[in-house]
Design a binder for this molecule. Structure first.
Ligand code: FAD
Length: 368
């Protein structure tokens, strides 16, 4: 076959769909497709509010990726006959105390220099835009172009679109081998012209891959909560709300169904997916500090995922030192946002041998 992809998260499935639609025969190997970090995520499509000082090389990639999303989501919904989960309801950022306000305002000059137009709001104005917010706020900033997707709905639609495009699935784990073009699965071997490793954080366990590239990826654990609001009896947000509460970040992402996602912890941990009392407590404490109606929502889930994070925050997408093996991983905290652009860029690269800009900035070879 033309292409074997190890890993069926958002990076592997967008690559599979695009490659299959460009005429390649594609097999995805994954024991549990769509159930890695992509399942854990909150689904924010948020180039502005994801900006951190020092991310000047990452931000153009995030902006390009956000532009791709609306049309991509519409195409996946059309093809699959399933909802894409994409919503363009915008985001507000709020600070809780004066230090949080100072910290949020500190980022504005750099954001404006990158071409963003964050709008500073008084606490009254931000509560008018998002009435579910409580009174204990120090500042508001509007980011209307930062959107969101119900990532689990999108993954279900994307999986269906892959099947309809002719992608085959093998429900096993797989390893790249030292033999060119050969992938070792649990019950069989697969041969392909191209092998794409899109195994998320588990890419580090692929022993045949270059050690310096694997060493550049580390797991950053995120715990995340799901609650269910009843609109008839309690206030729920209409916008994504991101907040800094006594120096700690928290976000609240509403779904049209009344589900509300509260996340996420940021923990430097080695492969630990357990939920902890401290993780759940701190997320709820910080969320209810800015939105008191959190107390009234039904608690439905705590979950955790590992963000495949790189030293320089850029993903790892493109060539390895072997002509048969390629990477699509290392997306850190922005893998949902970067998903469609990753698939489109990978398909173009597999077809032409040249990684298009701006994904060309994410070459795995920068770590060698
Ligand atoms: C709590 C949390 C919240 C997040 N929120 C957001 C957000 O709001 N917005 C955003 O853009 N990003 C967010 N992210 C980041 C995003 O989820 C990840 O960057 C993204 O999902 C990574 O996608 P992936 O396809 O590379 O990995 P994954 O989704 O982890 O997929 C990798 C797949 O590879 C498979 N696999 C692993 N090893 C093997 C093997 N040996 N053989 C076969 N298959 C294998 C796994 O089973 C898995 O299905 C969040 C992450 C977390 C943890």
């Amino acid at each position: 076959m033309d292409l074997v992809i190890i890993g069926g998260g958002i990076a592997g499935l967008t690559t599979a769909r695009e490659a299959a639609r460009s005429g390649m025969s594609v097999t995805v190997v994954d024991p549990t497709p769509t159930h890695g970090a992509s399942y854990a995520a909150a689904g924010m499509i948020a180039p502005l509010t994801e900006y951190h000082i020092g991310d000047e090389r990452l931000t153009p990639l995030l902006v390009a990726a956000a532009h791709v999303w609306p049309a991509y989501a519409a195409r996946i919904a059309d093809e699959s006959g399933l909802p894409s989960g994409y919503v363009d309801h915008g985001t507000v950022v709020v600070g809780h105390d004066v230090d949080d306000k100072a910290e949020l305002l500190r980022h504005l000059p750099a954001q404006r220099a990158l071409g963003f137009t964050p709008e500073v709001l008084t606490t009254r104005e931000v509560r008018e835009r998002e009435p579910a917010l409580g009174p204990n706020l120090s500042v508001g900033i509007a980011a209307p172009a930062d959107h969101a997707v119900h990532n689990r709905e999108f993954l279900a639609a994307l999986l269906r679109a892959c099947e309809l495009a002719g992608v085959e699935f093998v429900y096993e784990t797989a390893q790249v081998t030292a033999i060119p073009h050969l992938v070792q699965c649990e019950s069989q071997q697969l041969r392909a012209e191209h092998i794409v490793v899109a195994a998320g954080i588990d890419t580090v366990r692929q022993a045949a891959l270059e050690a310096p590239i694997r060493a550049a990826i580390r797991p950053v654990k995120g715990q995340i909560l799901r609650l269910q609001a009843d609109r008839r009896t309690s206030a729920m947000p209409e916008l994504t709300v991101r907040a800094l509460v006594r120096g700690k970040s928290v976000y609240i992402v509403p779904r049209p169904s009344g589900e509300v996602v509260i996340g996420a912890t940021v923990e430097e941990r080695q492969f630990d997916l357990g939920a902890t009392a401290a993780g759940v407590f701190e997320l709820l404490r910080d969320a209810r500090a800015i939105m008191p109606s959190v107390d009234e929502w039904a608690f439905t889930e705590s979950w955790a995922g590992m963000r495949p994070t790189t030293h320089d925050h850029l993903p790892i997408v493109g060539a390895s030192t072997r002509s048969d093996v390629h990477y699509a991983t290392g997306h850190g905290r922005n893998g949902i946002l970067l998903g469609p652009l990753t698939g489109l860029s990978m398909a173009e690269y597999l077809r032409s041998g040249v990684m298009p800009s701006p994904m060309s900035n994410a070459s795995p070879l920068r770590f060698l």
